[in-house]
Design a protein around this ligand. Structure first.
Ligand code: PMM
Length: 278
């Protein structure tokens, strides 16, 4: 099984400094409000606060890299100053470089380097951890790219091709964390095999980003719950966190850090219990 690690699963808290993200869009566009939310996420157990300035929700419009940097850099600087570790959620190499200079320690690229050919050499130069997410197309066309015969094998092959490209550009393979890209070119049922079987990770560290996504809404609606409201998907998100932590993933990317921290604490207590029948 891929993604095994001996230390507890890390919580990556989501901080979208965007007007249009699907769950928290428009809430943290002001720098002070965004920084306050980043501090709250860290206090709630986020080991990393993932700062993003471009929404990737289905159908979202692209943002100019200069505007993206204006949104995220002041927030990363202030969180770094406050001692909070951050990652930068970007597909743009220039934004990644600026963010790491401002204090970010991880580059989180939902395109796995496909959206910007300069990303791989930039990350090689930065020498930082890099999340390569499985991605097939930009937001306006990604739902149509949900076409697979054997999704675990195909996602594994496509991520392995990204790892090859990254290492050819000089990235240290041990710095690469893989993410199946839940909800990206995976509309609903396609997501579950990637959570049930981590073989696609092929031994790399794994990040899972399921928080409040549509496929959880579909599962909730199927049993009569409120699947339409993203904020009503929190318990379902925590179930994915628990399952992921039991599988030993490196990290989970979530909106509610405290819920993930508590679920991971329970998994750690369960897996570390020393009780033996007498
Ligand atoms: N999902 C979103 C954005 N960035 N990054 C990684 N590594 N994995 C994800 O699943 C992911 C991501 C989209 O949703 P958001 O509105 O919650 O940020």
């Amino acid at each position: 099984m891929g993604g095994q690690t001996t230390r507890p699963t890390l919580v990556m808290g989501i901080l979208n400094v965007t007007p249009d993200s699907f769950s928290d869009g428009g809430r943290w566009t002001d720098v002070d409000a965004a920084v306050a939310q980043g501090l709250r996420l860290a206090a709630d157990g986020a080991a990393l606060v993932d700062v993003g300035g471009e929404s990737t929700r289905p159908g979202a419009a692209r943002v100019a890299p200069s505007e993206e940097r204006e949104r995220v850099i002041p927030v990363i600087e202030a969180l770094t100053e406050a001692g909070v570790a951050t990652s930068i959620d970007t597909m743009h190499a220039d934004t990644a470089v600026a963010a790491v200079s401002a204090g970010a320690s991880v580059v989180n690229d939902v395109s796995g380097g496909l959206a910007d050919a300069r990303m791989a050499p930039a990350v090689a130069e930065l020498g930082c951890d890099y999340v390569a997410m499985h991605w097939r197309a930009h937001s306006h066309e990604m739902d149509a790219a949900d076409v697979y015969e054997d999704i675990v094998r195909e996602v594994g092959d496509e991520l392995a091709a990204r790892v090859d490209a990254l290492t050819r550009a000089g990235v240290d393979e041990s710095r690469v964390i893989l993410d199946p890209g839940l909800g990206f070119a995976k509309v609903t049922d396609s997501n579950w095999p990637l959570l049930a079987d981590l073989d696609w990770a092929r031994g790399h560290r794994v990040l899972i980003g399921a928080s409040r996504k549509r496929f959880l809404g579909a599962a909730i609606a199927a049993v009569g719950g409120d699947g339409a409201d993203p904020s009503a998907r929190e318990h379902a998100t925590t179930a994915v966190t628990t399952a992921s932590a039991l599988r030993g993933v490196w990290g989970v990317r979530v909106h509610d850090a405290a819920a993930a921290r508590d679920a991971i604490a329970v998994v750690s207590a369960l897996t570390n219990t020393s009780h033996r029948a007498r």
